[in-house]
Design a protein around this ligand. Structure first.
Ligand SMILES: *[C@@H]1O[C@H](CO)[C@@H](O)[C@H](O)[C@H]1NC(C)=O
Ligand SMILES: *[C@@H]1O[C@H](CO)[C@@H](O)[C@H](O)[C@H]1NC(C)=O
Ligand SMILES: *[C@@H]1O[C@H](CO)[C@@H](O)[C@H](O)[C@H]1NC(C)=O
Ligand SMILES: *[C@@H]1O[C@H](CO)[C@@H](O)[C@H](O)[C@H]1NC(C)=O
Ligand SMILES: *[C@@H]1O[C@H](CO)[C@@H](O)[C@H](O)[C@H]1NC(C)=O
Ligand SMILES: *[C@@H]1O[C@H](CO)[C@@H](O)[C@H](O)[C@H]1NC(C)=O
Length: 377
């Protein structure tokens, strides 16, 4: 009976638009409950920004090698520009999906001019026109650092006239591309950026969770050239089964690191936005770095790949790491910290790779973030 009701419910949901839920406890996510609606669950960056009462702009960025990126902005023309760059197979939604509790809205309320990046291949960029285009998916993290970021910074500077003022904030792969850019475009980085705040920085991967490497091997064997992007069905189902959701979150910790800091209220959102489309090559590049232990370019098979020298970075850097992060493992982050001259490091106790977006004590992270950004200003 419950199953039948559930099937009817899902049918109706899809027919009349999906409704997201927000419950305080996992147990409350059951078929018929009175939890709050959360329209941000089945939404997108610009709609979420608009719904929470902020202005939003959409900027189209053209890279030198022919990719089209969409960058969103919560404009505050008198404020300092802060650019937020998401991680691998993620999207700009991550910075806004907890609404009033999100980093982006917090920065906007404090008067910053907030810019939200979307990498090439992302569903907010022009991925939909290229699903079966092999050439399109032939890109690496090197290309993000060498082509995406220069084009994005040009756009921000053209719009704001604030060269040298941009504060770059990246998570995970968003930190990797920033470090590549700062090394390969050393002088330009110095001219354009005030500094980098790198959350879960990934450059040295000797102690990374080896599950990643196995996952990439599977993608390779199956000849999958990019990951998928829609989690609507999974989320629609999960948000009606609290214990299933809790178990899946627990299972995901074997990838991201153990934590007891997740809050049930944002779990549907976590699963909804977990995967955006991304080429397999950046993931292979991470696996390659995990095998070699070196911070290096993707190996196209044309001799040994270029190794990136972290000591070349000459913009101010503040690293923020999670003690329980299994992907940006603290052992590796300490090495990055040593190699980037004069970098600062903050460690969040109990945080895994995902707790920087929602956790029971997210304000503790935001306090540390404020210290980092104030130091850079
Ligand atoms: C942003 O602009 C791009 C390019 O014009 C367009 O494809 C996309 O749908 C726009 N997004 C929103 C939310 O308006
Ligand atoms: C977000 O915060 C603002 C100001 O603090 C408040 O006016 C608004 O109602 C809040 N929105 C939601 C959805 O909580
Ligand atoms: C992918 O791009 C690289 C250089 O960016 C090139 O060397 C390689 O031949 C390309 N591979 C394919 C399959 O097009
Ligand atoms: C990588 O980690 C292993 C143990 O996990 C250690 O034996 C090895 O020395 C490390 N290599 C480097 C380059 O740090
Ligand atoms: C998953 O849950 C079990 C039982 O509550 C717990 O012992 C284990 O540490 C959890 N695993 C992770 C990776 O958090
Ligand atoms: C980080 O790597 C070390 C080995 O270098 C390992 O003992 C530790 O469990 C890892 N941390 C996490 C959270 O996976």
């Amino acid at each position: 009976m419950k199953l039948l009701l559930f099937i009817v419910f899902i049918q109706i949901s899809f027919a009349y638009g999906l409704r997201g839920k927000r419950c305080k406890e996992y147990e409350e996510y059951n078929l018929i409950t009175t939890c709050e609606d959360n329209p941000d669950v089945f939404s997108d960056t610009s709609a979420i920004i608009d719904r929470h009462g902020f202005p939003v702009e959409n900027h189209t960025v053209y890279t030198k090698d022919g990719y089209i990126l969409n960058v969103y902005r919560i404009p505050n023309p008198s404020g300092q520009p802060v650019f937020l760059q998401h991680g691998a197979a993620a999207s700009s939604e991550w910075w806004v999906y907890t609404g009033n509790n999100s980093l982006a809205f917090r920065l906007a309320r404090k008067g910053y001019d907030v810019w939200l990046g979307n990498t090439r291949g992302n569903y907010n960029s022009d991925e939909r026109n290229h699903k079966t285009d092999k050439q399109y998916w032939n890109y690496t993290i090197d290309d993000m650092g060498n082509y995406d970021l220069p084009a994005v910074f040009d756009t921000i500077i053209k719009e704001t006239n604030k060269r040298g003022e941009i504060i770059y904030v990246g998570h995970s792969q968003g930190t990797t591309e920033a470090m590549i850019y700062s090394i390969t475009h050393r002088d330009e980085a110095k001219r354009n950026l005030k500094g980098l705040i790198l959350i879960c920085p990934v450059a040295k991967m000797n102690s990374t969770n080896k599950l990643l490497i196995n996952f990439v091997k599977i993608l390779d064997v199956l000849q999958i050239d990019h990951t998928g992007s829609s989690n609507n069905l999974l989320t629609a189902i999960l948000q009606n089964f609290g214990s299933l959701m809790k178990n899946l979150a627990n299972l995901s910790n074997y990838i991201y690191g153990p934590t007891n800091l997740y809050t049930a209220e944002y779990m549907p959102i976590f699963f909804r936005y977990l995967m955006s489309s991304e080429s397999t090559l950046p993931l292979k590049q991470f696996a390659q770095m995990a095998s070699s232990g070196k911070f290096e370019a993707y190996n196209h098979g044309l001799g040994s790949p270029k190794v990136y020298d972290l000591s070349m970075i000459n913009v101010p850097v503040h690293l923020i790491a999670g003690k329980n992060d299994a992907l940006a493992n603290l052992t590796d982050v300490m090495i990055v910290h040593e190699e980037i001259k004069n970098s600062k490091l903050t460690v969040m106790q109990g945080y895994n790779h995902m707790n920087f977006f929602f956790s029971k004590n997210i304000d503790d992270f935001y306090d540390e973030f404020d210290i980092a950004i104030n130091n850079l200003k």
